[in-house]
Design a protein around this ligand. Sequence first.
Ligand code: SF4
Length: 278
Amino acid sequence: MAGQVNINTYPTTEHQLVKGCSYIYSPGGPAFEYAPLAANPYNGCGHYCLYCYVPLALHANAERKAEFHARAVPKANYLSHLTADAKKYQAQGITEQVLFCFSTDAYNPFDTSLTRPSLQIIQQHGMAICVLTKGGSRALADLDLYRPDRDCFAATLTSLDDDFSKKWESRAALPADRIETLKKFHDKGIFTWVSLEPTLSVEASLEIVQETHEYVDLFKIGKANYLGKYTKDIDWRDYTMRMITKCVKLDVNHYIKENLQKYLPDGYYNPLRIPQHN
Ligand code: SF4
């Protein structure tokens, strides 16, 4: 198995682009490493993560950036657009998971009215759901929708410490709430994964793996993009080696993202995709 997966040369069949669809889309770059298909029902988010890449990706000026962080607003006619796209994917026989969300959060603190119907539309058209959120227990409202043999649930964790989280992700659910929610999904037989990106503190990320591995089925591990001034003292080679040593010792599934793959030993087993269901 190749240790270093180049996402640019990953088989193009993974890019399940269906003509005329933009509400279910294939993300690029680091997001593609997380999922081949995604959907974003809202404009804005409101979790107010200081490291959020979305305003940057949108080339937002100060006013638009403030707007993005101030609220989440349902996209106009979203459910009918999503249904139209889902029909096209179904017609192509595509049945894989669609990730909610990269440019917002399905369980943001402001408006989650589109989340449940969106997840249902995906399922009703033969596909599966994957939610990556910092909304913690807000996600439990939809726990009944998840199917152990098709769907998965994920959370981003940057620390186990409340004060750290309040500084970096001031309106997201606190770490303990996110972890408790992961446990509840895991207890229901749902495949769970954790995003360790961004890594803002080496010790914090290692501690998260140590404390949560019994109910997390996969860790996706990256560095911190766009945050050079905060992470300039981190030795990413040392971090990668310590992380893989820990994951191997605890016997947990892990994927090292492309931005750390150059530090992996030659031939290290690091599959881009494994089945994310039970
Ligand atoms: S939860 Fe995601 S989309 Fe929302 S502010 Fe944080 S990083 Fe940005």
